[in-house]
Design a protein around this ligand. Structure first.
Ligand SMILES: CC(C)(COP(=O)(O)OP(=O)(O)OC[C@H]1O[C@@H](n2cnc3c(N)ncnc32)[C@H](O)[C@@H]1OP(=O)(O)O)[C@@H](O)C(=O)NCCC(=O)NCCS
Length: 189
C-alpha cells in the first residue's frame, strides 16, 4: 500500500535518487531550478509517496512571486518511480499538494511541465502568458492554477524566488558530480 506523507530529513537522499532516475542531470540546468536553488521549500509542502518504507514518489512546492506582489507557489519536480507509474501515485501527490496549498491560504500555483498531464488537475498556460522565467523556457509548458475563486489572471513579469534561504552547506560536505554542475553562463556581448 502506498501512503502520502510529508517528507522527513532522512528522505532526502532517496528523493534525490528518484529525481536523478526520473529526470537525469539535466534537471539542474532548468530555469525552474533557478527558482529553487539556495532556497527551502514551502513549509509542510514537501511530500513523498512511500511503499513499505521506500520512497516511490516525490513532489515539493516553493514560494515565488509571479511578477511584483503576486505571491504563488512553484510546484516541482514531481516524480514517481518507474516501477510504480500509472497507479495514481502522481495524481495522489498532486491532489494532496493542491489541497494542502489551498488549505494554507495560497492563491496560485505555477509549474513547468507537460500540459497533457497537468491539465487534469486544472493547470493551464492561459493564466501565465505574461510571465517569464529566469532562464529559457517553453511558454506552452509554463502552467498555472488558481487556488481561490478570487485569484486573478493578471500576473505579469518575472517569476522570482521568495522562499527562505537554505542554510549554506560546506563545499567539502557535498560532492556535486561535474555532470550535475550548473553550466557557465555565456558572457554578455
Ligand atoms: C509524470 C509522472 C509523475 C506521472 O506519475 P504517475 O504516478 O504515473 O501518474 P498517474 O498514475 O497519476 O497518472 C497516469 C496517467 O498520466 C499519463 N501521463 C503520464 N505522464 C504523462 C505525460 N508526460 N504527459 C501526458 N500524460 C502523462 C499516463 O499516460 C496515465 O494516463 P491515463 O490516466 O489516461 O492512463 C511520472 O510518469 C514520472 O515521474 N515521469 C518522469 C518525469 C516526467 O516525465 N515528467 C513529465 C511531466 S513534466
Amino acid at each position: 500500500m502506498v501512503t502520502i506523507r510529508e517528507e522527513k530529513i532522512a528522505d532526502a537522499a532517496a528523493r534525490e535518487a528518484l529525481l536523478d532516475a526520473a529526470y537525469g542531470a539535466s534537471r539542474f540546468t532548468k530555469a525552474s531550478e533557478r527558482l529553487r536553488e539556495g532556497r527551502l521549500p514551502a513549509d509542510s509542502l514537501s511530500l513523498v509517496a512511500v511503499e513499505r518504507g521506500r520512497i516511490v514518489g516525490t513532489v515539493r512546492l516553493w514560494h515565488v512571486t509571479a511578477g511584483p506582489e503576486h505571491p504563488a507557489l512553484l510546484l516541482g519536480p514531481l516524480a514517481v518511480d518507474a516501477g510504480h507509474r500509472n497507479q495514481g501515485i502522481g495524481s495522489a501527490l498532486m491532489e494532496r499538494a493542491i489541497d494542502a496549498a489551498r488549505a494554507g491560504g495560497e492563491r496560485e500555483m505555477l509549474l513547468v511541465g507537460d500540459a497533457p498531464y497537468y491539465g487534469r488537475f486544472g493547470f493551464s498556460a492561459e493564466r501565465t502568458g505574461k510571465l517569464a522565467m529566469p532562464g529559457p523556457f517553453e511558454p506552452s509548458r509554463l502552467l498555472g492554477l488558481g487556488l481561490v475563486p478570487e485569484a486573478t489572471e493578471d500576473a505579469e513579469g518575472l517569476i522570482s524566488p521568495t522562499g527562505a534561504a537554505a542554510a549554506p552547506v560546506a563545499a567539502a560536505a557535498v560532492h556535486v558530480p561535474r555532470s550535475h554542475r550548473r553550466p557557465a553562463l555565456p558572457r554578455a556581448a
